[in-house]
Design a protein around this ligand. Sequence first.
Ligand SMILES: Nc1ncnc2c1ncn2[C@@H]1O[C@H](COP(=O)(O)OP(=O)(O)OP(=O)(O)O)[C@@H](O)[C@H]1O
Ligand SMILES: CC(=O)N[C@H]1[C@@H]2OC[C@@H](O2)[C@@H](O)[C@@H]1O[C@H](C)C(=O)O
Length: 373
Amino acid sequence: MLSADRLWALGAMSGTSLDGVDAAMIETDGEVIHGFGPTAYRPYTAQEQAVLAAALGKWPGDDLDAAARLVEAAHLEVLGRFDGAGIVGFHGQTLTHDPQGRGTHQLGDGEALAQGLGLPVVWDFRSADIQLGGEGAPLAPFFHFACAKWIGATAPIAFLNLGGVGNLTWVDPSYARPEATGALLAFDTGPANAPINDLMMARRNEPFDRDGALARRGRVVQGALELFLDEPYFLRMPPKSLDRDTFADMIGLVGELGDGDAVATLTGMSAAAVLRGMEHCPSPPTRLLVTGGGRHNPVMMDMLRAALDCPVDPVEAVGLDGDMLEAQAFAHLAVRVARGLPTSCASTTGVRAAVSGGTISRPDKTTTARGAG
Ligand SMILES: Nc1ncnc2c1ncn2[C@@H]1O[C@H](COP(=O)(O)OP(=O)(O)OP(=O)(O)O)[C@@H](O)[C@H]1O
Ligand SMILES: CC(=O)N[C@H]1[C@@H]2OC[C@@H](O2)[C@@H](O)[C@@H]1O[C@H](C)C(=O)O
């Protein structure tokens, strides 16, 4: 067991958009956030992105070494820029997420990172949760709970991450601990930016619809939107989670449309998935705080604002950093794992009992797999 006291922790996230590695330091005891530190970003080159994209969904498989070494090297480079961290939370790059089938796999060896950085590294955050019947995702909600406390929220609020996939966390900050029954409800809402990015790349050789410029010129085609909303996923009660490409077929729904209408409709689908998700909140949140790259898309944000009664703001409105929240989350979770505190519970992943996931690898080569309830 590592020190139970607060410490500076370094977290890294390589998200489903495959754009690069976000890294951030926070001071935390795993319960209370004491401060936010420096951040860094290491984009993947186009060549690296192609290697990672080719590896998506290929786990389990035996041809993943080049992709794994690439992920480790990128992380070593960006994490090596920081000083003063006592522990590292390393998420890795999700290749496969299939909780009811193949399991979940985040590419990259935390043991290699521990040796390379000379620091304890917590990794493989999701497997223990799945072994106990959970979805293994989302895991940021326990950090969202700490963020709600940090910003002084006194009434229920919700955090929405608009990454490649969308995920929503409803938080009641009146509870003392995140695993308390009633404190949290979390789940993946649906696709967010991934289908938009894929369509932009396929049709225009551009990585994303910057500022929603193309969507703004198109219109949402209702028939395609309704077909999309017929997906059984939206009827499932949370907790529930998605792989990046679970909804890849939705691009077919807009296949006959011109570029503007196609992107507008995909943007409308992502927003509509969030709106469906909001109906699951135990009570209407007083505010929706949006993190992840989609908060930069004014078309998607306006669609949410038009349909919701509560204010919808980027997390910067409360002093948080929407590009780094997930990296900070895995720093915070690393400290929770080191302290044996839970990182998920029934209302965030559907796990049978609150569980402390993750494996701790130390530079002296000792490794501890957690997973105790
Ligand atoms: N200015 C912008 N206009 C429109 N979309 C944007 C803008 N900036 C970022 N995005 C979108 O946000 C995406 C990146 O979001 P983010 O970094 O949150 O994803 P991620 O962390 O990889 O995903 P996940 O949270 O699913 O793991 C980009 O690929 C793009 O689609
Ligand atoms: C399996 C996996 O990597 N899931 C990601 C993905 O990206 C967004 C959404 O889908 C969420 O479930 C999760 O990431 C965040 C960090 C989470 O675990 O909270």
